[in-house]
Design a protein around this ligand. Structure first.
Ligand code: CTP
Ligand code: MG
Length: 180
């Protein structure tokens, strides 16, 4: 039987820096587009105005800091996990950076794909919008820490729910004008 509770905790361990890297860019109020307003060979914007230098740097920084925090508490939390005959996937400054880089790369790649399909900035594409940064973070990190298929499935399943809940909270607290 899969120890789903343990897998859930391990998934969260990898998700926290990824959520930070993905959640903070909108707060940067970025004005400088990453693509310098340039068009791709199809005549459409490479990425669009929704991917900015400021947002990307803020996401990278906060994601890295959460990874650094996890690196700091790793020895204590892992010692606790070992008491329950399990362990946490390894974490380091490098792994935290890779999670953040991967999350942002996944998000930027999705914007590139959306622009190729002629979708304007902010167009909602269900699942692609919620999964892009998870897939990016996992792809960048799976070589350096433990990410089991079961952990990956948990990440994919819980992220749209977390996304929905944070949007409702952002709406109730006045951070956003619509609850989606
Ligand atoms: N943002 C940013 N830099 C990033 C990612 C996001 O500045 N690398 C900011 C932008 O202001 C963006 C907002 O966060 O509008 C929301 O991010 P997201 O939903 O990823 O972008 P969209 O505006 O929906 O654009 P796209 O259609 O390209 O996904
Ligand atoms: Mg969006």
């Amino acid at each position: 039987m899969v120890d789903w509770w343990v897998q859930f905790i391990k998934a969260l361990w990898i998700l926290f820096p990824a959520y930070a890297a993905n959640g903070f860019p909108p707060l940067a109020g970025g004005k400088r587009p990453l693509d310098f307003k340039k068009n791709f060979i199809d005549g459409k914007r490479i990425l669009g105005d929704g991917k900015t230098i400021e947002g990307t740097l803020l996401g990278l920084t906060i994601g890295f800091l959460i990874g650094a925090l996890e690196t700091l508490v790793y020895p204590f939390l892992n010692a606790y996990a070992i008491e329950f005959n399990t362990y946490l996937p390894s974490m380091s400054l490098f792994i935290g950076l890779m999670i953040s880089l991967g999350a942002l790369t996944g998000d930027i790649t999705a914007s590139f794909v959306k622009r190729r399909f002629n979708l304007p900035r902010g167009a909602n594409v269900p699942l692609l919008d919620q999964w892009n940064f998870i897939i990016g973070a996992v792809f960048f990190t799976i070589w350096f820490t433990e990410i089991t298929p079961f952990m990956f499935v948990i990440m994919l399943l819980m992220t749209p729910i977390v996304h929905r809940l944070t949007n409702i909270v952002a709406y109730k607290t006045g951070l956003k004008t619509e609850p989606w």
